[in-house]
Design a protein around this ligand. Structure first.
Ligand code: Z5A
Length: 211
């Protein structure tokens, strides 16, 4: 039997991750696959506490390095407490954001050198990477317009449009570098069309990764 797979979902603000996560959940259930659904930053008690510090407005002037290190502190705990034990037990893992978000937001958005991020990735993940990443891509204006219809903006959502242009471009660069792992979904289309792309990508993946 093939080993359990680690699947992540990525995208800029308003890309529709929440909606697409529901579709992924449904597809895995239909395939009879047991899975853990989780998110970053977060996923553990410590991670959720760190998430509040990272997304809230209490520490608006947080330094870029502190932000990066807190993302990886959350990730280290998450891997040790939840992700690795689940994979070891044969459970698939469905994670809303992971290290690609760090390259995109802290690397592309904040301008931290990718080598620094790679050092932390190597240290914390010891070679573990997602098996499949679905990147929901859409123009920044459209994403911000969709996200704007929701609740008050968090610390990241308060950034200017240029920040998200850099985040989007970094995600696309990552996808170009790792096309086998990162599948770009055109999230600017209607919800039905986006869900159809998710379903087709997942069915293709499942056909190669199920026993
Ligand atoms: N972050 C980081 O900087 N570094 C890291 O390493 C990690 C994270 C791991 C929290 O992420 C923040 O953490 C994030 C990056 C940073 N920045 N922010 N903010 P999050 O994932 O929890 O937060 P989020 O980006 O705001 O995502 P979200 O709330 O889960 O979902 P979403 O992708 O933004 O979209 P949605 O809520 O599913 O959809 C938005 C609206 O659009 C909603 O009304 C939908 O009904 C609508 N929608 C969705 N799809 C469509 C289509 N196709 N057509 C029309 N309307 C649609």
């Amino acid at each position: 039997m093939a080993r359990a797979s680690f699947i992540t979902l990525e995208g800029i603000e308003g890309a529709g991750k929440t909606t697409c996560m529901a579709q992924l959940r449904l597809l895995l259930k239909q395939a009879g696959i047991g899975f853990l659904e989780t998110r970053e930053p977060g996923g553990t008690q410590l991670g959720e506490d760190l998430r509040q510090l990272l997304l809230g407005h209490k520490h608006t002037g947080m330094s870029d390095d502190a932000e990066l290190l807190l993302m990886f502190a959350s990730r280290a705990e998450h891997l040790q407490q939840k992700i690795l034990p689940a994979l070891d037990n044969g459970q698939w893992v469905l994670c809303d954001r992971f290290t690609d978000a760090t390259y995109a937001y802290q690397g592309g958005g904040r301008g931290i050198a990718y080598d620094r991020i790679r050092n932390l990735e190597d240290w914390v993940q010891q070679g573990l990477k997602p098996d499949l990443t679905l990147l929901l891509d859409l123009p920044v204006d459209l994403g911000l317009e969709r996200a704007g219809k929701r609740s008050a903006p968090d610390r990241f959502e308060s950034e200017a449009g240029m920040f998200f242009e850099k985040v989007r471009q970094t995600y696309l660069d990552l996808a170009a570098r790792e096309p086998d792992r990162i599948k770009v979904i055109d999230a600017s289309l209607t919800l039905d069309e986006v869900l159809a792309q998710i379903t087709s990508t997942m069915n293709h993946f499942l056909s190669h990764h199920q026993s």
